[in-house]
Ligand binder design. Structure first.
Ligand SMILES: Cc1cc2nc3c(=O)[nH]c(=O)nc-3n(C[C@H](O)[C@H](O)[C@H](O)COP(=O)(O)OP(=O)(O)OC[C@H]3O[C@@H](n4cnc5c(N)ncnc54)[C@H](O)[C@@H]3O)c2cc1C
Length: 413
């Protein structure tokens, strides 16, 4: 069997893996990425948040991504029964990036992986991790390529950025169920010739279709638009026919989309994803750290996935560097706690979304603009800014605000 030695082995060449690999490589360590698929590969998660730009910038990826001419994104638009609530990141309370991109992920992830390779990090594609043996913080990982050739990779540390693959949680039984209800999505990419009817392409549109069921509309710069229905699996269960017939039937029932998307060309047979929320017993252990989706993935509604993936990897990379230098620190307070601050803020917003609390706030007749800017910061991914009362008090602030809006509505009748 072939043998290799590196300082840090990174599992997965998605945004989590490539951001971590780049930052650790820049600090002078020998890093290698192993990736199960051949790139470009399809993965869902196309609408980014401004906060991820900070991580992409530190990883040295921004120039390469800019060159690709992806659709710039300046905000998020929510629509319900013809009412519109627009958030523009430039208005946000927290000082930070006011824009980001909407990207077909196959192309975006390949750009990051090609860039990290140019920086000197080898990426072995079509190579799957099949086993890991730890000896203290040192480890030996067995990987297998598409031809069945096995290699043993000795590493001083492992970053697991394997996304939905959840390599370390699965190998070491660390997976834990999420506290969020299971949900399902049916989605495709469309050739969106009538785009200008409803949307400017420069932001995501999220349509409340009915209680608990929503639609994402994510325009790309190539004229195509990603479209997906999301919600309780029960909602989808009576749909008949092929996935394409099912999606067309749903589109026909949504007034905001029916004319624009009638007979639209679907670039691929609509796909289904379900029960994606997952978490794990721990985010780190002796000799490894989990980053990105492997830690905890909540829900797609606020496009938090890539931001949590890149920000967790940015933080983890700095901690791995400190560890390799022989520093002693507490991983729980340095990594798990700050990551959970962000995850739990998004969790409160996801729960408020499905409970309808955010509908009350987003579609209120009178908007308090100061509060709107604070909520805008969360929608931009700035979920670590404890100066923002709508981050600091995420668990209660939305319910209180919705209650006030309801009381004012009752008094004004
Ligand atoms: C319906 C839906 C819609 C979403 N929409 C959005 C959105 O609009 N915006 C957003 O930010 N997020 C969204 N997400 C979330 C997004 O998909 C993820 O959060 C994001 O891709 C996580 O990035 P990552 O780098 O952690 O993992 P990934 O992007 O999944 O990358 C992990 C990589 O690891 C590789 N891998 C897996 N197993 C192995 C193995 N054994 N050996 C080697 N390599 C392996 C995989 O092939 C993959 O390339 C959505 C999710 C869902 C379910």
């Amino acid at each position: 069997m072939k043998k290799e030695t590196v300082d840090v082995l990174v599992i997965g060449a998605g945004p989590a893996g490539t951001v971590a690999a780049s930052i650790i490589n820049k600090a002078g360590y020998k890093v290698k990425i192993v990736e199960k698929m051949k790139f470009p590969r399809f993965v869902i998660g196309e609408s980014l948040l401004p906060r991820c730009m900070e991580a992409l910038e530190e990883a040295g990826f921004l120039d390469a991504v800019k060159e690709k001419g992806f659709q710039e994104k300046f905000g998020a638009k929510f629509v319900k029964n013809g009412k519109v609530c627009d958030y523009f990141f430039a208005d946000q309370f927290t000082k930070g990036w006011s824009w980001t991109w909407q990207v077909p992920r196959g192309e975006f992830d390949k750009t990051l992986a090609d860039t990290v390779e140019k920086m000197g990090v080898p990426v072995s594609y079509e190579t799957t991790v099949t086993g890991i043996v730890f000896n203290g913080s040192d480890s030996v990982t067995t990987v297998e390529d598409i031809d069945g050739n096995k290699t043993e990779i000795a590493a001083r540390f492992i970053v697991d950025g394997s996304g939905y693959g959840r390599v370390i949680p699965r190998l070491f039984n660390l997976d834990k169920p999420s506290n969020l209800a299971p949900r399902k999505a049916l989605f495709t990419h469309t050739v969106d010739l009538k785009r200008s009817m409803d949307d400017e392409p420069n932001r995501i549109t999220i349509i409340v279709h009915q209680k608990g069921i929503w639609i994402w509309v994510i325009p790309f710069s190539n004229g195509n638009t990603s479209l997906g229905f999301v919600g309780d699996p029960e909602f989808f269960k009576d749909l008949e026919g092929t996935p394409e017939e099912q999606l067309r039937a749903l589109i026909a029932t949504e007034p905001y989309l029916s004319e624009r998307m009638e007979n639209v060309e679907m670039i691929f047979e609509p796909r289904v994803l379900e029960s994606w929320s997952a978490t794990t017993e721990k985010f780190y252990g002796e000799g490894f750290v989990l980053t990105g989706n492997v830690t905890e993935f909540l829900d797609p509604v606020f496009s938090s996935g890539v931001t949590l993936a890149t920000v967790s990897s940015q933080l983890a990379a700095h901690l791995v560097i400190r560890k390799l230098k022989g520093e002693d620190f507490d991983w729980h307070t340095s990594y798990t706690e700050p990551m959970m601050q962000g995850v739990n803020t998004f969790r409160s917003y996801v729960m408020a979304w499905y409970e309808g609390t955010l509908d009350t706030i987003f579609f209120a007749d009178k908007q308090n603009l100061e509060i709107k800017d604070m909520i805008c910061s969360v929608l931009a991914g700035y979920v670590w800014d404890l100066e923002n009362p709508y981050v600091k008090n995420h668990a209660t602030a939305l319910t209180k605000l919705a209650r006030m809006i309801e009381i004012e509505k009752t008094l004004s009748v």
